[in-house]
Structures are given as structure tokens and as C-alpha cells.
Design a binder for this molecule. Sequence first.
Ligand code: NAD
Ligand code: 0WE
Length: 265
Amino acid sequence: MKILEGKTALIFGVANNRSIAWGITQAFHEQGAMIGLSYAGEILERRVRPLAESIGCTFVEPCDVSQDEQIQQVAEKAKEAFGEIDILVHSIGFANRDELSGPYYNTSREGFHLAMDISVYSFTALAKAFQPLFRPGGAMVTLTYNGGERVSPNYNVMGVAKAALESSMRYLAYDFGPQEVRVNAISAGPIRTLAAAGVSGFKTMYRKFSEVAPLHQNITPADVGQVAVFLCSDMAAKTTGQVVFVDSGYNIMGITEPIEKILSD
Ligand code: NAD
Ligand code: 0WE
């Protein structure tokens, strides 16, 4: 029995085959969901179309989430194509690269606004645009990172944005409750995606992570996909407003050195 059979999911944030959103798409497809994909711009279209084809997905629409008209347009197209929808996945984040290093206080006003607009407001804007299309029993999921709850050096304005994203997720959970639509966030450990490429110190952090985390394993988009399936399925019917960690248990730790090293000192 496929647990998303009969459900339609719209997924925002596939850039390439390493994207977390693509891991979620594949997991949804395996569980029988009908999929619609959206991509950020023409440069990405050429990456996303073949991926969509590989799972027989024919709904592939552009949507730069900084543009209200594009959000409205993709909602209209979805209404034409599917009528109603059950699932919306928001896997989008962006800040100026130069604001993801150095002291947080160097964040510019413009850079702050940009990170908030693309990484936070876009989820609220999508929720508003798709609100009339949601069937009862539906679910939304967004992607967050522990740097929104604790200090992760260099994550800077993205950390502040993730804190706001998690809070808006809770307000949306409240708003959509009466409509029987659930809203949750997945807090993923570090994954080597396009958004992580070129982040200074990412490689070291990635390695350290698996040394410190209780499960001693790094996270894959497929791991996130499985949890997204659960959260968007009827199995999670009474779970809303939550941040669910997919991080090998990293967030429970109170030390940042590998325990084996400490014990042998
Ligand atoms: P990714 O680069 O594959 O995905 C980021 C997506 O954001 C891309 O598809 C990009 O096109 C999209 N995007 C950026 N600006 C946009 C705009 N204006 N309009 C529409 N789309 C836009 O990287 P990813 O790691 O899969 O990131 C997905 C989400 O997961 C992000 O919210 C990120 O913060 C979060 N996350 C990532 C990690 C990690 O370590 N990679 C860990 C936890 C959470
Ligand atoms: O959310 C993210 C990625 C955020 C991100 C990354 C970039 C790099 C390229 C947002 N915007 C941009 N803009 C660019 O131009 N992660 C959780 C991955 C990540 O990013 C970090 C991390 C981790 C982990 C940045 C600094 C420190 C740690």
C-alpha cells in the first residue's frame, strides 16, 4: 500500500538532482503521489525538466518566489491542472553569499530584507496563494536548519531567517487548522547541495557532524524525503506546528567534540 496514493503534491525548490526537494519528490513519487514541480528561473529549467520527465511529471512551472505575479500564476496553473491539492513543499532559501561569513552584525539592511523575503515570506505567500486549493487532510512542509535555534557560525542572517520561518510555520499551522491542513518544518542536518557548495568551512562541518551526532551518519535528501512522506501522510494526521529534526540526533548533544575523543583524554 502506497501511503500518498491519491494525493497531489506541489514541490518548490528543485534546482538539481542533489536538492533536498528532489529527494522529497522521489520519495513522494515512490509513495504514489501525483507531483507538480516549480523552478526558480530559466537557467534551472534545463535541469528540472529532465528530472520531472524521469518520474513522469508533466506539471513543471516557473516561479520566482520574489514575484507575487509568478506565485499567483503557478497557483492558477495548478488549479487548472489538478483542481485541488493535498501537499505543498517549500524547500527554498537564499541570502547574499558575502553575508554568510564574518560577523552577523555586518548584515546590510538590503541583505536582511532579501534573506527574509526569499527564505521566510515566500512560504507565507505560497500558503496564501494555495489556501483555496487545499483539500482537508492536506499538509505543508518547509525546510529549516538548527542555525535558526542555536548559533551556527557564519550562518548569520540565514539563522535569523530560519527562526522567523519556524515561527511563521507555527502561525500558519494555527491559521490552517480549521481547514484541516497541517503545517510542519523539517530541520535537516548539513547536506551537500548547491546551497551548501562554496560555503566556507562546510566540508569540515560536514565531517565533524558525523563524528558528533549520536547516529554518526550524515544526512541525505532521501532521509529527508522519508520524513516528509510521513509528515504529509495521514499517519501524521494530528501533528502540526512542529519542527521535526532529521539530523542523526545532533541537536540533542551538549558537547561539540566527538565523545570518543573526550573519553580517551
Ligand atoms: P538547493 O540549492 O538545491 O535548493 C535551494 C532552492 O531555493 C533552489 O532550488 C533555488 O532555485 C531556490 N530558490 C532560491 N531563490 C529562489 C527564488 N527567488 N524563487 C524560487 N526559488 C528560489 O539547496 P537545498 O540544500 O536543497 O536547500 C533547500 C532548503 O533546505 C533551503 O531552505 C535550505 O535552507 C534548507 N536546508 C538545507 C540544508 C543543507 O545543509 N543543504 C540543511 C537544512 C536545511
Ligand atoms: O540553509 C542552508 C543554505 C543557505 C544558503 C546558502 C547560500 C550559498 C550560496 C543561502 N543562501 C546562499 N547564497 C549563496 O549565494 N544550509 C543549511 C546550508 C548551510 O549554509 C551555511 C551553513 C550550512 C549548514 C552557511 C554558513 C554556515 C553553515
